[in-house]
Structures are given as C-alpha cells and as structure tokens.
Write a protein that binds this ligand. Structure first.
Ligand SMILES: Cc1cc2nc3c(=O)[nH]c(=O)nc-3n(C[C@H](O)[C@H](O)[C@H](O)COP(=O)(O)O)c2cc1C
Length: 343
C-alpha cells in the first residue's frame, strides 16, 4: 500500500489515532512492535491557529515514529486549512520530525465535537466535508488522507458515494471505521460497506479498514474477506502493543505466536515508561503512563494492590521497582489477553 510516495508494504497494519492514548511514547513503542504507520491524537484546528501550547505540543513527533500522520479536526474551513498548513510545517513549528501525512478526522462521534459539526458531525454536511478536504489538499505539500465512518446514522450510510467524492479531491488514502456516528462504539463494526467501497471499480486510492480488529485472525479476515489495502488497530493495542507483532507474524506465516509472558510484558511496560519519561519529564511522564500501566497485566491473580501502586506512584524509580517486582512475582503466570474495551 502506498500513500503519496510512502510505501507501507503489503497488508500494512496501522495504529489508530486515539486521544490520550497514542502519545509519542506509545507510538514509538507500537512502531517497534511492528505497526507500519502511526497517527497522533486528533488535534483541534482552532487550538492550532490560536497557538495553544497543548495543541502545538501534540504535533511534536520523532524520527523513530516515521511514517507518522498528524491528525486534525474542526468545522471551520479557514481554520482547518491554516491548521493543515501548520501540520505541513510541523517540524519547524513544534520541533521534531514533523509529519509524513496529514490526516483529517471526520469520524469522532463525541457530542462536544460531532454536535458542533466537527469530526463525524461533518457527515451531516457532506458538501462542506468535501469542500474542506479539497481546500486542504490544494493548500499543503504532504499527502492528505481522511478518516471517517459509514455515515451519521442507520438511515444515512453515505460512505460509498462519499468515498468517491473524497477521492476526487485528491486525497491519497481513506480510512473507514465500520460504524455510524450514532453507534458511537456500540455493536459490532460492519465491514460489508467497507468492502463495498474497496470493490467499487471507480475507487483507486488505498482503503484502510478499521473497527474491532482484536486478533491476528480478525486481521487476516479483514484482508481476505473485504480486500482492504490496510487495516487500522485501535483499542486492541491498548495495554497490548505487541498485537502488531502478533498480526504481522500471522499474516506472514499463518501461525499464531504464543501469548506474551509477564516478564516480556514488564519489559515493554518499562520501555514505554522510559520513553514517556524522556519525552515528558518525570511528572507528566509518570502521570500519563498510568492508564497504560494498569492495562498491561489484566487477569493476574492477587494483583489488586500492585495495580493500585502502578496507578498511584509518582516516583519513576519506585515505579520501575514495582515493575521489576511484577516480573519476579508473576513471571511464570499466564495473564489473560488485555481487555481492550476497558478504554
Ligand atoms: C480512547 C479513544 C480515543 C480515540 N481518539 C481518536 C482520535 O483522536 N482520532 C480518531 O480518528 N479516532 C479516535 N478514536 C477512534 C479510533 O481511532 C478507532 O477508529 C476506533 O476505536 C475503532 O477502532 P477499534 O475497534 O480498533 O478500536 C478513538 C477511540 C478511542 C477508544
């Protein structure tokens, strides 16, 4: 699969953008674990054009993540174009690597965003969605991609026609999450319409399928049954970043890797902690690891007290020591697979 001139190889597996989850430390870790491309958390275009520190900071990426997409969202065409130009020049503005791809979020279902016409709210204004996309494509040098859903609700699954219109703007790939806005994250993702978009003879840009890929078998099925060019994994990567390795191995060999042991999980958690500390310093570095740490070790017996420590300790060294203790105490246990839907 190729996006612009970025060759992601055959059957690429991408890390989905997830707010408060896919920060730089997690993105680097997932790349190390086999993710072929990663995305920043979505960044508000209004925040970027106001020079809000938090928004600018989210554009900061590193070489190790590349290829990496910066994702923006918003409803105001001028603000979206300005924000896209900033993403185009993110290396100069925010430091670091900048981005390889600019991704537009037309999929977020959260009321405070969709209700204001941004994210998946744009599915109720497809003309405006197409117009903004075209304006951005014309304004930036980097390849532009779009991530969206099937439609607003059950009665307006417009994705097949919309995909053609988005393609005509000049975007280089389209990611489709197989749910409507009104489904939020409920029910099962419906991949049939994703397959229909892919099999539409008018479509020639890569189609990336997204929704409920929780195992290597599901990943293989997405490619085999629906013919998508790439797949994107979201919640299943949370506390389980080695899922990319599992999927890639299965796609290459048809064989499943054995479940990762506790000691190896500890090594990954430590790696993520060090990345987080390096990138954010000791206070934020520890604080923003908490969500992740509690998820690495789901299902271990008598783990409550240690889990509490992992999510309350503030001193990096105490946290490292606690992780070492996890490996020493539970090293021979077999934990359950991470529960992805706790996110
Ligand atoms: C906590 C969380 C945050 C998310 N944030 C974003 C985001 O910033 N941008 C985006 O396009 N999608 C976001 N999503 C949606 C995911 O990218 C993905 O489309 C969705 O979770 C379905 O894929 P999955 O079933 O593999 O999780 C988020 C999802 C979750 C659970």
């Amino acid at each position: 699969m190729v996006i612009g001139d970025i060759d992601l190889g055959e059957k690429p597996v991408l890390l989905a953008p997830m707010e408060d989850v896919t920060d730089a430390s997690f993105r680097i870790l997932c790349r190390e674990q086999g993710a072929d491309m990663v995305y920043t958390e979505f960044i508000p275009s209004d925040g970027l054009i106001r020079d809000a520190v938090k928004a600018i900071d989210k554009m900061k990426t590193s070489e190790e993540e590349s290829p990496v997409a910066i994702q923006i969202y918003g409803n105001n065409p001028e603000a979206m174009v300005e924000a896209a130009k900033m993403a185009d020049n993110a290396a100069e503005i925010a430091g670091g690597h900048g981005c390889d791809v600019i991704d537009i979020n037309f999929g977020c279902p959260v009321s405070k965003i969709a209700g204001r016409g941004a994210g998946s709210g744009m599915m109720r204004e497809p003309d405006k969605m197409v117009m903004i996309t075209k304006m951005i494509v014309d304004a930036v040098k980097k390849p532009v991609t779009v991530k969206t859903r099937l439609g607003w609700d059950e009665n307006s699954k417009i994705i097949v026609e919309l995909a053609e219109r988005l393609q005509d703007t000049g975007i280089k790939a389209l990611t489709i999450h197989g749910r409507t806005r009104c489904q939020m994250y409920k029910g099962e993702a419906d991949w049939t319409l994703i397959g229909e978009v892919k099999n539409n003879p008018r479509m020639h840009i890569p189609i990336i399928g997204n929704g409920d890929i929780t195992s290597a078998q599901k990943a293989a099925e997405a490619f085999d049954r629906y013919g998508v060019d790439g797949i994107m994994v979201g919640r299943a990567s949370f506390g389980h970043p080695w899922i990319f390795k599992e999927i890639k191995h299965y796609l290459a060999t048809g064989e499943e890797l054995p479940p990762l042991g506790v000691r190896e999980r500890v090594e990954l958690a430590k790696r993520q902690l060090e990345l987080s500390l390096n990138l954010k310093g000791p206070v934020r570095g520890v604080f923003e690891m908490r969500r992740h740490l509690s998820c690495y070790f789901k299902g271990l017996p008598d783990f409550k007290e240690t889990r509490m420590k992992l999510v309350t300790l503030t001193d990096p060294q105490e946290l490292r020591d606690t992780l070492t203790y996890v490996a020493q105490t539970w090293g021979d246990s077999s934990p359950e697979p991470a529960n992805v839907y706790g996110v």
